[in-house]
Design a protein around this ligand. Structure first.
Ligand SMILES: O=P(O)(O)OC[C@@H](O)[C@@H](O)c1c[nH]c2ccccc12
Length: 260
C-alpha cells in the first residue's frame, strides 16, 4: 500500500534531515520565525466556502502533472485569484515537493500556506513553522492516537492550524477524539486511487456541525462545489485541476462563482 511506502520514505528522509540540522536548531528557527501576518484559514470558513489551491508537481496516482513547474508563478496566480489558502507539497520522493517551495511561496503570498506532507515526527512541525507555514496536514491513517494527540497539541502551540485528514468513519472517530476544528476528507482511496466525492458528503453526516470539513481530491468541475456546499461541506482542496488549467485565475473564478 502506497501509504506504507510514503511513511518509510519519510522516515528515512527525516532521519537524514535531523542528522544534517539538529532538532534544537529547527526549534530555534521556528521560535525566531517572523513573517507577514496571515489571516486564519479556519476563521474565514465561518462566512464563506473555502478554496485551497495546491502546488503539486507530481503524485503517485498521476505521475508528473507539471513538466514545467514555475511554482512561484503558480502560487502568484492562486494568490491573485483570491483563494483562501495555498497547499504546497513538500514530499520529495513521490510528489517532487520541497520545503523550499513552501518557504518561497509563504514569504511572497498574503495567503496562509499549508504544509502538505506525511507528518510522522514533531521535527516536521517545527520545520513547517520555520518555513512560514500557517497550516499543517495530519493524516490519521499514518499516526497512532497518541501521535495524533501530541502533534495536534504541538502544532497548535506553534500557532499552526491543523487539517486532520480522514478517509473513513473509523478515522473520523479517531480524529474527533482530539477535538479538531478542521477535518479534511480525502475522497481518494489510497489503496487503489479511486475517487468518490460522496465520501466527504457521507462523512460530513457523522462530523459535528461546529467542526469545519474540507473535501479533498478529485474535484474537476465547478458544479461539484455547489453540491458539496449543499451537503454541508465548508471548503475544498484542489490540486491537479488547477495545476493543469491553461488560465488558472479564470478557472478559479469559475469555481468561486458557484459557492458563497
Ligand atoms: O490533485 P487533486 O486530486 O485535486 O487532490 C489534491 C489533494 O487533495 C491531494 O493532493 C491530497 C490529499 N491528501 C493528501 C495527502 C498527501 C499528499 C497529497 C494529498
Amino acid at each position: 500500500m502506497i501509504l506504507d511506502d510514503l511513511v518509510a520514505a519519510t522516515t528515512r528522509r527525516i532521519a537524514q534531515e535531523i542528522a544534517a540540522v539538529p532538532l534544537a536548531t529547527v526549534q530555534a528557527q521556528a521560535q525566531a520565525f517572523s513573517g507577514p501576518e496571515k489571516p486564519s484559514f479556519i476563521a474565514g470558513l465561518a462566512d464563506h466556502f473555502g478554496i485551497i489551491a495546491e502546488v503539486k508537481q507530481a503524485s503517485p496516482s498521476k505521475g508528473v502533472i507539471a513538466e514545467d513547474f514555475p511554482y512561484q508563478a503558480i502560487a502568484a496566480d492562486y494568490t491573485a485569484a483570491g483563494v483562501d489558502a495555498i497547499s504546497v507539497l513538500t514530499e520529495p520522493d513521490y510528489f517532487h515537493g520541497d520545503l523550499k517551495y513552501l518557504q518561497t511561496i509563504a514569504a511572497a503570498s498574503t495567503k496562509p500556506v499549508l504544509r502538505k506532507d506525511f507528518v510522522i515526527d514533531p521535527y516536521m512541525l517545527y520545520q513547517a513553522k520555520a518555513a512560514g507555514a500557517s497550516l499543517v496536514l495530519l493524516i490519521v491513517a499514518i499516526l497512532s492516537d497518541a501521535q495524533l494527540h501530541d502533534y495536534y497539541q504541538l502544532a497548535t502551540k506553534l500557532g499552526l492550524e491543523v487539517l486532520v485528514e480522514c478517509h473513513d468513519a473509523r478515522e473520523v472517530q479517531r480524529a474527533l477524539a482530539i477535538k479538531p476544528q478542521l477535518i479534511g476528507v480525502n475522497n481518494r482511496n489510497l489503496k487503489d486511487f479511486t475517487v468518490d466525492l460522496k465520501t466527504s458528503e457521507r462523512l460530513r453526516e457523522v462530523i459535528p456541525a461546529d467542526i469545519k470539513v474540507i473535501a479533498e481530491s478529485g474535484i474537476k468541475k465547478p458544479k461539484q462545489l455547489a453540491e458539496l456546499q449543499a451537503a454541508g461541506i465548508n471548503g475544498v482542496l484542489i490540486g491537479e485541476t488547477f495545476m493543469r488549467a491553461p488560465d488558472r485565475q479564470a478557472m478559479i473564478h469559475a469555481y468561486q462563482a458557484v459557492v458563497s
